[in-house]
Structure formats: C-alpha cells, structure tokens
Design a protein around this ligand. Structure first.
Ligand code: ZN
Length: 393
C-alpha cells in the first residue's frame, strides 16, 4: 500500500487549523516565550517561489522544537501586499488591485497551509487592510510631528517604463529589473525619513539580537554610519563655497583636485563661467543612465570631465585646484562633493592616475619598514599613520 500523502496531510492540516494547534497562547505565567519572525511574502500572481518555503521551513523546524520544549511560541505570518506589480497589472487589465491582491493572498494562504507550516493563522497580517495600515499612517504622523519625516527634492532611480522610482537593488545593468526599460536619474520631490538620526542606535542594538556575525556586519555596512566633517573650499573669483564632506579632514593638505557629482547645483549656477559646458552636459546625460550601485563600484573604469573655468582654493595652503565632475561621487552621499586625496584613497588614486592629476602624500606609516608605493597604489592604512607635508610655512 502506498502512502497517500494528499489524504494524510490534509487530515492533519485540517485538524491543526480547526483546533488552533500552533496558536500562541495568552498565557502570561509561562516564562518560556519564543518569537520567530519570517519576512512576510509579497503575494504575487505566480504563487510561492522556492525561496519562500526555504526560509520558512528552517524557522518552522525551530518553532516546532520550541513548542515541544514547552515554550509559548509566536510564529506569525502575513502578507506584505502593497505592490507595484498589482498596480501595473490593474492598469493593463482594468482589474481593481484590491481584487487581484485578495485573489493572490488566498492562493498564497492555500499553498502555505498545504505545506503544513505551523504559523499562527489567527494573527494573519495583511498590509492592504485598512485596520493594518491605519497604524502605518499613525506612525508616519508621529514621525512628521517630530520632524523625522520631511519633504525634499532628490534624484532617484526612475524607470521610464513603469514610471516609478526604483530601489538600487531593482536596477540591473542600467535597466529596470521588472520591465527592462531604461532607468534614469530624475529629480523628484519626495518624502524622506531621517533614519540617519538612529544610525548609532541601530548599530548598538545589534548587540541585543540573535543574528549571525556576518549578518550583523552586513547590517552595519548597510547603515553606513561614518564620522567626518564638512569643509568649505572657496571657489576662485566668487563668494561661493564648495562644501565637501570628508571622513579625513586631517588630509586636506593632500587634496589635489575636487570632484562634484554630475547632479551638483554648482554646474547650473555657474554655467556661464564654465568653458566646456557642452562636454559637461553630455557627461551628465550619460551619468543619469547609471545606478548609484554601478557608479560607486570600486573596480569600475573611472570617468570624468574637468570643469574648465572654475577652480577651488584649498582653505589651508590656499593653492588653486581643478574641479572635476565624475559619477563616482554620488549626490546622495555627504554633500555630493569631495576633496580628492589620491595618495590615501583608492578611488581618488585610480582617478588621478587615469587623468594624470597630482598625487601628494601627507601620511606616512608609523612603522618605517612598511613600504609606500604611490606609483602603483594609494597608501590607505592611514588610521595609524603620521602626518607629513602638512605645514603652512
Ligand atoms: Zn520598469
């Protein structure tokens, strides 16, 4: 006799569902509590993909083990159900997204239940349910009241096909991951949340969660907190200051040129002073087709154009230096402008080598036996170094 899994599994799944076998209990006396959270799926029209059961199964095993050990387990599930695909589908097929979303959720729920996951279905969350999103709206209002939500104009990745902004991860080789249309950088007025205000807190609290070390490291990189200073470089012949952000203000003497992002306001403001405006404009156009990720990749061939007619003045030694525009500087990071210190920064070094710009060492290793080879690479181990060539005579 063969094992009739369809019949057997259905029998038990129905029983679990009916009796709420896996529901968390409102039992505050049991000190053994365990909360397992998976990333809620987006209910697409295609149903579950293999990546869903892959991660849900791992945590399901732990949840079941914990229940057997006497823990009051909360293993919830829900649907992260607002999504652009539903909107695009609605536009194309003239079906209200509410209808397709509901249909997709039902399909997903059936599949998840057929897999026999031990989720607490009594607490199912659906982000398109007004009873749910009234709270996200409430949270937004609290952020707004505290000045943590604000509006600003920022360039975003904009899909020319879907007509929406995309996350960096959704741009693959300059085109929209979803529809393959060209992605451009477009200035848009948009709401921002000041998550940077919480950068330190987010880093500190990683100590309290049970994550693998490599995941914690990823989180820290993503938070990307850095400490630095803003420095004003006067633009020769104007009252304008080019404000740059640097994590190493002590290397100012080693800066030999400046770089602004292609979207920097300086270009438009001083357009009449710029001698090679056409060349700059053409460069801006090309840069707009690249994503932030592509632009900041380390091993990528550096490109750029010198802004002829504008020069910056080093605030310490008063030397004049050229200003370049290059897409390796992002408008969304810092002030969208940098002082380039090619002797001590890999990307500045690559750029300087390619365009024949001066490379000036201002830090030497503490240990004299450490070799510095500025013909071939930057000396970046500056944390422990000693400042040199940094005196005003
Ligand atoms: Zn698209």
């Amino acid at each position: 006799m063969s094992y009739n899994f369809k019949k057997v599994e259905k029998k038990w799944q129905d029983k679990w569902y009916k009796e709420g076998t896996f529901y968390a209990k409102q039992d505050f006396k049991n000190p053994k509590k365990w909360y397992g959270l998976v990333e809620f799926p987006y209910p697409s029209g295609q149903g579950l993909h293999v990546g869903h059961p892959r991660s849900y199964t791992a945590l399901d095993i732990i949840a079941r083990k914990k229940r057997l050990e006497g823990y009051n387990v909360l293993y919830p599930i829900g649907f992260d159900a607002f999504g652009l695909p539903a909107e695009n589908y609605a536009i194309k097929n003239h079906i209200h997204p509410k209808i397709t979303t509901e249909k997709n959720i039902n399909h997903f729920r059936e599949q998840l239940q057929a897999l026999g996951f031990s989720f607490d279905w009594s607490r199912e969350v659906n982000t398109t349910d007004p009873n749910y999103y009234k709270w996200t709206q409430w949270i937004f209002i609290q952020l707004y009241k505290k000045g943590l939500a604000y509006k600003t104009t920022m360039p975003i990745n904009f899909c020319t096909g879907c007509k929406v902004g995309l996350a960096n991860e959704e741009v693959v080789n300059g085109v929209c991951e979803r529809c393959g249309s060209t992605v451009v950088q477009k200035e848009k007025s948009q709401w921002m949340l000041k998550i940077t205000q919480y950068a330190q807190r987010l880093i500190d609290d990683l100590d309290d969660v049970n994550f693998l070390d490599k995941i914690k490291a990823q989180q820290k990189n993503w938070i990307g907190r850095s400490e630095g200073a803003e420095v004003n470089f006067k633009i020769d012949g104007t009252d304008e200051n080019l404000v740059i952000y640097t994590t190493r203000p002590d290397t100012i003497f080693g800066s030999t040129y400046m770089v602004v992002a292609p979207e920097h306001k300086l270009i438009e403001k001083y357009a009449d002073k710029i001698e090679n405006l056409d060349e700059i404009k053409a460069y801006q156009k090309k840069a707009a087709l690249k994503s932030d990720f592509e632009r900041s990749e380390l091993n990528k061939e550096k490109t750029g154009v010198e802004i002829k007619g504008l020069q910056a003045i080093n605030p310490l030694n008063h030397e004049k230096m050229p200003i370049w525009v290059s897409d390796y500087v992002l408008i969304t990071y810092g002030t969208g402008a940098i002082m380039a210190v090619p002797a001590h920064d890999d990307r500045d070094f690559e750029f300087a080598q390619k365009f024949g710009l001066p490379i000036k060492q201002v830090i030497k290793p503490k240990d004299d036996s450490v070799e510095v080879d500025l013909q071939n690479r930057a000396f970046t181990d500056v944390e422990e170094g000693i400042a040199i060539n940094s005196r005003i005579d």
